[in-house]
Design a protein around this ligand. Structure first.
Ligand SMILES: NC(=O)c1ccc[n+]([C@@H]2O[C@H](COP(=O)([O-])OP(=O)(O)OC[C@H]3O[C@@H](n4cnc5c(N)ncnc54)[C@H](OP(=O)(O)O)[C@@H]3O)[C@@H](O)[C@H]2O)c1
Length: 299
């Protein structure tokens, strides 16, 4: 029997709200760190999840506008565009010995977090899920899976395993990944082509993968080459096969953000890919063009 954790969740939105509710439901103490209005809503009504995987349920959570006490882990689940502002809610002095676990897409945020917190407690994770915050404290979980790979070069493995055990007991499929670079780049190499292509053309994946096939193949090859240069293994053929297996109506979250007029994680995905490509001298002409066109379109 494992003892319950106290877990802070910075940004209880699509991913954070889902994990906060699942952890609370399985007996952990959860403190959501949010803006005042969201914190009020969560204190009053908890978090309600609608999910094909977990059922419909409401779980109570604590909520505050900043962290005021030590915790076992602090999940960072804001979008990259909100990261700097949100981090002011997590004073380093309050964290104690907590693991800092960012679940953001992208590859550059771990360095920023290691500059702000104890580097050997920053444990970047990759999450594969489709989950949307439809109102403060109301989460629509769409995917029939919720998979988390925990990494963190330099973090004691026992700490990662203890958190993975609790996330698994809460209902997700969580595991400790081999190494951080491979874990983050595997997600990046898969996500970037899908996000850039569907957002650039404003079409769902089915149309993007047929009408823009040559560009998709080029994007996949380019992001795999950058991943390889960064030290991660890559399998472009497998990535293409996975895109082909997705439902044709699938949309990327970057595309949904664009449709809703929200800021895009374009710099954290496309920008980071271009910076890594430049660092290693990998040619990425199609990625560069799509990022440029998206920026020119005002994103
Ligand atoms: N959603 C998914 O299915 C999914 C899947 C895989 C990876 N990811 C990645 O996970 C990360 C988070 O995405 P998401 O979809 O969960 O985002 P999201 O639904 O937009 O949730 C982000 C949350 O951050 C909160 N927030 C924003 N600024 C804040 C601030 N200054 N202080 C405190 N809270 C703040 C928002 O609060 P309010 O509610 O008050 O607006 C919101 O609840 C992204 O990097 C995304 O790419 C998401």
């Amino acid at each position: 029997m494992t003892h319950p954790f106290t877990v802070a969740v910075l940004g209880p939105g699509g991913t954070g709200g889902l994990l906060a509710a699942l952890l609370s439901r399985s007996g952990h103490r959860v403190i959501c760190l949010a803006r005042e209005a969201t914190a009020d809503a969560l204190r009053g009504g908890g978090i309600t999840v609608h999910s094909p995987q977990f059922g419909d349920f409401t779980a109570p959570v604590e909520a505050d506008t900043e962290l005021r006490e030590p915790v076992d882990a602090c999940l960072i689940t804001v979008k990259h565009t909100a990261l700097d502002a949100a981090l002011t809610r997590v004073p380093r002095s309050a964290l104690g010995d907590a693991l800092v676990v960012p679940l953001l897409n992208g590859v550059e945020h771990p360095a920023a977090l290691r500059a702000a917190f104890r580097p050997d407690r920053v444990a970047p994770a990759v999450i594969r899920v489709e989950s949307t915050r439809i109102a403060p404290g109301v989460i629509e979980h769409g995917s029939p899976f919720t998979e988390i790979d925990l990494a963190g070069d330099g973090v004691p493995r026992g700490r990662l395993e203890a958190l993975a055990d609790r996330l698994t007991a809460a209902g997700t499929t969580a595991r400790v990944a081999g190494d951080e670079t491979s874990a983050l780049w595997a997600k990046m190499a898969f996500l970037a082509p899908f996000a850039l292509l569907t957002t650039r053309y404003g079409v769902p994946l089915g149309e993007a993968r047929t009408r823009h096939r040559a560009e998709l193949e080029a994007l996949v090859a380019e992001s795999a080459a950058v991943g390889l240069a960064c030290g991660a293994s890559a399998d472009p053929a497998r990535a293409l096969a996975r895109y082909d297996a997705f439902p044709p109506a699938a949309k990327s979250s970057m595309q949904r953000d664009a449709e809703a007029g929200r800021p895009l994680e374009l710099d954290a995905i496309g920008g980071a890919l271009l910076r890594a490509a430049e660092r290693y001298g990998v040619p990425v002409p199609v990625t560069a063009r799509l990022v440029r066109e998206l920026r020119e379109a005002g994103h």
